[in-house]
Design a protein around this ligand. Structure first.
Ligand code: NAD
Length: 278
């Protein structure tokens, strides 16, 4: 089984660079999907209260026989719970649903700049409480732009360990990634395969056929070599195994440049500046 590299976060804690995402995995299928992913070797699961499957993620991990600390678990604060008391209650519920005393990483899912009077600062300060009391081993944000992060830097104490943002070959996000790197914030690339949209791209197909790999493997390898953390989602065991099997080859710098040049600024998900669904 291949070894997944770890990235060291800005608080010194390691995170496996490759994990398994469970967005849109229905709760009734989640125990089976996560159990299969753990069997395939994944040791990092990315869930969220919004996904409605934290309980099933917790159950699959508990039933796997693995030690709790051998599986890295991330979850996220749902959009309706940004007020401090709501965030405290929601965090308690996340820990209870997962069946853990502490979570490895807890994120603000969306900045929601048009809600709560634009106040994600008091939300972040509430996550700092969870970090200080040890129930969140690391805390971070998701879908934050540089100007959102600048407000956190100016008004709060703890630097986010990660920023989880949409990144794939059609949305390479080099400016925001460079900003995060400058501030020692690790980037997690969500929808790393563009939800499948990039997998028939001729440039990626040509590289894949030269390397005798699949296009999904080439795209995931591109993320890994750029230094981002990824957690592709698939319900199919064969694809889970394929997406995990990316550590026995490498891309040339020309391959990486050619894939990065596919950027179209094209999102598959919502724009964080306007997204306001609670
Ligand atoms: P993804 O880019 O991982 O694509 C998933 C889809 O790609 C699957 O449904 C499947 O159809 C296809 N696929 C997967 N492996 C394949 C393979 N080997 N060959 C062919 N097709 C394949 O998209 P995603 O699920 O949106 O993103 C991954 C994870 O990122 C999510 O599960 C979730 O954990 C996280 N996420 C976070 C946010 C956020 O706002 N923070 C938003 C979306 C996703």
């Amino acid at each position: 089984m291949s070894d997944v590299p770890s990235i060291q976060l800005n608080n010194g804690r390691p995170i496996p660079q490759l994990g398994f995402g469970v967005f849109l995995v229905p709760p009734e299928d989640t125990v089976t999907a996560v159990a299969e992913a753990l069997r395939a070797g994944y040791r990092h699961i990315d869930t969220a209260e919004m996904y409605g499957n934290e309980k099933e993620v917790g159950r699959a991990i508990a039933e796997s026989g693995l030690h709790r600390d051998d599986v890295y678990i991330t979850s996220k604060l749902n959009n309706g719970h940004h007020l401090p008391d709501d965030a405290r209650r929601a965090f308690d519920e996340t820990l209870a649903a997962l069946g853990v005393e502490a979570i490895d990483l807890f994120l603000i899912h969306w900045p929601l700049p048009t809600r709560y009077g634009g106040d994600f600062i008091s939300t972040w300060k509430t996550l700092e409480e969870f970090y200080r009391d040890g129930r969140a081993r690391s805390i971070g944000v998701s879908n934050f732009h540089a100007h959102h992060l600048n407000r956190l830097f100016a008004e709060t104490d703890v630097m986010p360990a990660v920023n989880q943002i949409e990144v794939h070959p059609y949305l390479v996000q080099d400016e925001l990634r460079a900003f995060c790197a400058e501030h020692q914030i690790a980037v997690e690339a969500w929808s790393p395969l563009g939800r499948g949209a990039v997998l028939n791209d001729p440039t990626i197909q040509a590289i894949a056929s030269r390397l005798e790999k699949t296009t999904a493997q080439v795209v995931l390898r591109w993320h890994i070599e750029r230094g981002d953390i990824v957690f592709p989602k698939s319900m199919r065991p064969a694809r889970m195994a394929e997406n995990f099997d990316i550590f026995d080859f490498s891309l040339t710098s020309d391959d990486i440049a050619a894939i990065s040049a596919l950027d179209r600024g094209e999102r598959v998900g919502p724009d964080p500046e306007t997204f306001d669904r609670v």
